[in-house]
Design a binder for this molecule. Sequence first.
Ligand SMILES: NC(=O)c1ccc[n+]([C@@H]2O[C@H](COP(=O)([O-])OP(=O)(O)OC[C@H]3O[C@@H](n4cnc5c(N)ncnc54)[C@H](O)[C@@H]3O)[C@@H](O)[C@H]2O)c1
Length: 405
Amino acid sequence: MRLDHIGLNVGDLPAMTTWYAAALDLTVEFEFALDDVDLRGVLLRSPAGFRLELLCRAGNTAGMRPADPADAALTRGYGHVAFDVPDVDAWHARLLAAGAAERMSPRPSPEPGVRMSYVSDPEANLIELLDRMQGRAPSYRFLHSKVPFQTPLAGKIALITGVGGGMGAMAASMFAAAGARVVGCDIDAGAAARTEATVRAEGGQITAMGGVDLGDPEQARSWVDAAVEVYGGIDVLYNNASTQRFGALDELGVEDWDFTMRNELSLVYYTVRAAWPHLKRHGGGSIINVGSIAALRGVEFMAQNAHSAAKGGVLALTLQLVVEGGPYGIRANAISPGLTETPNTAPLLADPPERLRRLVLDRIPLGRHGRAEDVVHAAIFLASDESSWISGSNIVIDGGASVLG
Ligand SMILES: NC(=O)c1ccc[n+]([C@@H]2O[C@H](COP(=O)([O-])OP(=O)(O)OC[C@H]3O[C@@H](n4cnc5c(N)ncnc54)[C@H](O)[C@@H]3O)[C@@H](O)[C@H]2O)c1
């Protein structure tokens, strides 16, 4: 199959993706990343027979252009439009008219809009290009398929606790899809392994360690140190894990209280404490602590004194981390979910008792209960550089419920 190619300099991958999609009526087919060579790319297709491949790599791209320090951000690189239509000149003219290219050349070149031709298998071309760079068959992972281009956590190393649970598994998956390299843990080894397998099957980069009890300061430290050893640092620490015991004040035992404090509050402290020197050495990072709206007001439908107090402690600790971490570039924020659907709560929400419906579900201004992704979207923002001047916030994610008291 003979293809005509137009070489492009990619100065801003998301912006160029959007521009070409609009200019040639293309849709994003997939984005991919090759983390071992710091390469990111996007493939767009048109029903008229175009394939647009934009590749960005830190350093030299396909041996065709010199290294540029700005490439480290993985937004600059090399791209080409591959035409496999008979009237290629007409389509090329359309691109020129849209302002894409000024000059044409018979040779491969990194100049903007330069035209080149060579024989290639349309399906293998990208792979060939990557092969030439690496001298080996690459394995690439899909970040998204048919979704808008967005990798706000590209290259970030994110430690997430409790990845075996509902929100933690979602966080591992969404953080990886957003470009993060995830190191997870959970006390439940089977659940951690399942999340690791799922995220890898989705093409994400993750190492999840099972059997880690973060309520033990030594285990918290070992996990954090192992994560730093694997990836070389920490950009994000997302304290999601917790277990608690519920019961009315005069029914909950002291042991239950202690258990809840250990597994909701102390584990956050131990993990932060273990990560602190690495974050300082790294020049800062983002700590995200999961609180709860139970810490902000009394909860009527179910007694949860120990849980509420522990989460109140998490919020107070977060504020103190803001002050102690600020001089080192460490940010600390909290997210406080309302009742959220996870595998644990799904049966309850599918058939809620009358009291739960009356006191909680019917009183959510936005008219639905939360989903794990509602919470994780906020965490992704707090993990990203877009929130680099936000420290000490507590994002309440409850459909507006807590303003009702
Ligand atoms: N689901 C909700 O409605 C809701 C509402 C408000 C706040 N939250 C908070 O959101 C977070 C996630 O909740 P979820 O619903 O996904 O819970 P979940 O129970 O599904 O997941 C929590 C995970 O943490 C792990 N874990 C518990 N103790 C641990 C320990 N000592 N060491 C290591 N791992 C441990 C568990 O094994 C589990 O996999 C929690 O902090 C929770 O308090 C949840």
